[in-house]
Structure formats: C-alpha cells, structure tokens
Write a protein that binds this ligand. Sequence first.
Ligand code: FAD
Length: 381
Amino acid sequence: MAYHLCKEKDISILILEKETDVGFHASGRNSGVLHAGIYYPSTSLKAKFCLEGNRFWKWFCKDNQIPVLESGKVLVSKNDEDLKTLDTIYERAIKNGADVQKLTEEELALIEPLAKTYKRALLSKETAIVNPKQILNKLKGILCENENVKILFGTNVKNVCSDSQVETNNGGFDYDYLINASGTDSINLAHKMGVGLKYRLLPFKGSYKLLNRKFNSLVKANIYPVPDLKYPFLGVHFTKAVSSDVYIGPTATPVFGPENYFLLKGVTFESFKILYTIIILYFTNKSFRKLANREPKYYFGKTFFNDTQKMFKSIRYEDVLPSQKVGIRPQLINWQEKKMEMDFVVEKTGNSLHVLNAISPAFTSAPAFSKYLVDNYIFRD
Ligand SMILES: Cc1cc2nc3c(=O)[nH]c(=O)nc-3n(C[C@H](O)[C@H](O)[C@H](O)COP(=O)(O)OP(=O)(O)OC[C@H]3O[C@@H](n4cnc5c(N)ncnc54)[C@H](O)[C@@H]3O)c2cc1C
C-alpha cells in the first residue's frame, strides 16, 4: 500500500514494523507461488485481484532483475470425485480469465514426467515462482529511497489510544489515517478499535519437507493435488523454488499462537482464547473437525509420504527429507457462524482501514488488492 500511496500522492507515510527487518512472518515464509486465480469463485476478492497481482509481480521482478520462474503448474487427480472438482476449477479459472488447459495422462507425462494422475489433469500456465524475500527487500529499498516514506523497525504497535494516535514500545505516534495490515495481529488491533468484532483468529501452521535433490532437474514446475474447495488451503504440494530445490508442503495444522512456529515457542495468554476457539469449532463445524483430525498426522513422516506418493512417481520414503521451512496463516473464523472465512476481509472506520484475513493468495494479490484499497477506500472522498 505504501508503494502505491507514495507514488500517487504527496503525503508522508510512516511504516511501523515490530521486527528488525521485513519478511519475518507470512510474506517471507510462504511458498513463493504467484498463483493464477484458478480456484476462486468469480465474485470473490481473491478472484478479483489474484491474476492482476500475478502479472504485476512478474513485471516488477523483470523490471528489477529479480528471478521469476514462469514454469506453470499441474493439478493432478486421484479419483472420480477429484475429476468433478477439477471441472469446477476449470470453469472458475476460465471465468476468472486464467490460461488453463485440460490434460490427458499422456499430455501430463510430456510436461511433468514424474507427476501421477488419475485419467486427467489440469495445467495452469500463468502460475510462477519467486523468492518472496527478494521482492520484499526490493520494495523496502524503493520505499527507503522515497523522502516521504519512513520505516521504523523494532516498533511494535501495542494499542490505539484515540482516533489519531497509536501507542508503541517506542512511544506514541500521531496519524491522520491508519492502515492496519499487521498480518496475524490485524484482528487484535482491529478489535481494540471496535472493528471486526464478529471475527476471531485461528492460526494455521504450514510445515514443509524437502524433496531429495536428485529429483531437482526432473521436476519441471509445481505439482498440486486437487483441493477440497470447502477449505481455504490447497493441500500438500510440490513447489520448485527459485533455487531449484523442491519443497513439499505446506500442511495446515491449527496452532496455539500467531507465532507458534515450533513446539511451545510463541505460546502466550492469547493461546487460551485460541484453544477455546479450536474446541468450540471442533464440536460445531464438521469440516473443521475433519481437518483437525487429519492434520496432526502430518507430524509423522508416513502420512506426508503417503500423500506425496499419490502425486509423484518413483518416490521412496527416504526421499522426503526434513526442512526448517515453516509459516503461519492468520485464518479468521466468523464466530457468529462458526466457520472459516474463505475470502479476504476489509473493514473501515472514518480514518482507519483494516486488512483482515490476508490468507493465500494474498502475497500474489497484494499489488492489485492494495491499489484497489488505496483508490477506493483511502482516496474515495
Ligand atoms: C505457509 C504459507 C504458504 C503460503 N504460500 C503462498 C503462496 O505461495 N502464494 C501466495 O500468494 N500466498 C501464500 N501465502 C499467503 C501469504 O504469504 C500471505 O497471505 C501474505 O504474506 C500476508 O501478508 P501480510 O502483509 O498481510 O502479513 P505478514 O507478511 O505477516 O506481515 C505483517 C507484518 O506486520 C508486522 N506486525 C504484526 N503485528 C505488528 C504490530 N503490532 N506492530 C507492528 N508490526 C506488526 C509483522 O512483523 C509482519 O512483518 C502463504 C502463507 C503461508 C503461511
């Protein structure tokens, strides 16, 4: 948002970031996939911004000499039910303007020789891969060069004292307009301003494994399963990183804190509220219960391996290697309806804007989504 704001208007922008640099959380820990807007209903914000964001980032990367792998991705199926979902995704993709192609098993073998499918697959041609940290660092550099922008690292916004001042560990800061885009903390800050009260946070951890490097040159692009469209997650998949390493993941396990990356790290008082949210959802929401029963099994290598084996030929248990890569998604729960919110959520007051539920593909969508927010919310009047 700062990138668009500082280009278009002569205003001063102060970015308050609690960490010592950019990319400590979701934006620096994601799969780096520039999605192509294929999964989402055409009326959703995800559909509205994903493809435009994908194209913007490709342009941005080329303009700034940042590597981008325009490799595309294939979606592979396991059974007849998957084939029905594959058709739904194909129709949604076409409606959203994405470039997709149905593949037979023979056609798939030419594109991705090691991918396995049942009867048919789908190719998304515009899906691409970047290293998100390279993008974030470039953006930081562009912003730091602009005299109207100041980034204060190590500045944690703890409270909003009035409609014109925030309180941080580095003192108070006055504002005319506040944009709350603080990822996992967005809903907490919004609640402090009486905004988004029907939502609660439920963080979902995504862990990755590394594929044995002997396959690096054999995997051409990205191999995804057909997802269950009831969930906001795409299922454990193979992603070929810019480095050529192939990651398998991410899982989607409910955890007890927005920064609960490992064991008890990041467990705080908020964890009790999150635990309560998990328990209530478990008993009231069938889809969530299914997910909560299934996901912990991924802690055991065998489940991970079984999933990968369904999509990938000639893989052995020893080929799925441990990896430190992990990220957390700030999933919102609509507490009135006891269900997971599937789309991005935006709420506003007179002089504040709150970006909530910035879940995948929010990294891809960010350039288009933020431009829309700047044009239609901040400068509308
Ligand atoms: C495992 C995983 C895989 C994903 N894969 C993809 C993908 O392939 N493609 C894709 O498009 N999307 C993907 N996503 C989603 C994408 O990464 C996120 O939607 C996006 O990065 C969200 O950006 P954000 O700026 O809202 O949040 P963040 O990146 O979390 O940024 C929020 C920032 O606010 C700071 N902050 C928080 N609280 C405060 C506070 N109180 N005061 C000051 N600063 C604060 C944080 O330190 C952080 O730097 C993935 C997400 C995960 C977790």
